[in-house]
Design a protein around this ligand. Structure first.
Ligand code: FES
Length: 175
């Protein structure tokens, strides 16, 4: 078996690739399925590594450049593994008008992380996304999977600080 065949066999055994395949099949390999397939890929991998982007391009029969184009256009996609804790800040129009930019700036400064990035110690990721569909609660943030509406820079900073110090204490306790 050649190296290429071996890596192909590994891909087929990986449940995560099977999940991507199921989404592709469900959408009947439509070209406009790209966005949804990338969403699925990010859900199962947690981010979009390069081999996955290549795989999606191959399976959908679209150029890799197009896959990159879509993946880089939408803020919700990330090319790095996420940290242990995450804060997703909505930067859609309603949230932007209500000050989401200040929340992003505050977190970015406080934890020394760029928007869309992860701290050097991999404990925290700051993600910026488009409309989360809860505009009535703007500005909206999602901290470790919990949705918070009418957020302020102070409230989000306090919450993330609390979560990170708790995590640090648990780590210390385990040592
Ligand atoms: S713009 Fe943020 S939830 Fe819609």
């Amino acid at each position: 078996m050649t190296t290429q065949e071996k890596s192909g066999a590994n891909l087929l055994q990986d449940e995560r690739y099977k999940t991507i395949d199921r989404t592709i099949k469900r959408l009947n390999r439509r070209e406009d399925a790209l966005l949804e397939v990338l969403n699925t890929a990010q859900e199962v991998f947690g981010y979009l590594p390069q081999p996955v982007l290549r795989y999606v391009a191959q399976q959908l029969h679209v150029p890799l450049s197009r896959v990159y184009g879509v993946a880089t256009f939408y803020h919700m996609f990330t090319f790095e593994p996420l940290g242990e804790h995450t804060c997703v800040v909505c930067a859609g129009t309603a949230c932007h008008v209500k000050g989401s930019e200040r929340i992003i700036h505050t977190l970015s400064e406080a934890f020394d992380v760029r928007p869309g990035g992860t701290t050097a110690d991999k404990t925290f990721s700051l993600t910026v996304t488009r409309c989360l569909g809860s505009c009535g609660l703007a500005p909206v943030v999602v901290v470790d999977g919990q949705v918070h509406g009418k957020a302020t820079p102070e409230s989000v900073l306090a919450q993330v600080t609390h979560i990170l110090s708790l995590a640090e204490m648990l780590k210390e306790g385990a040592r």
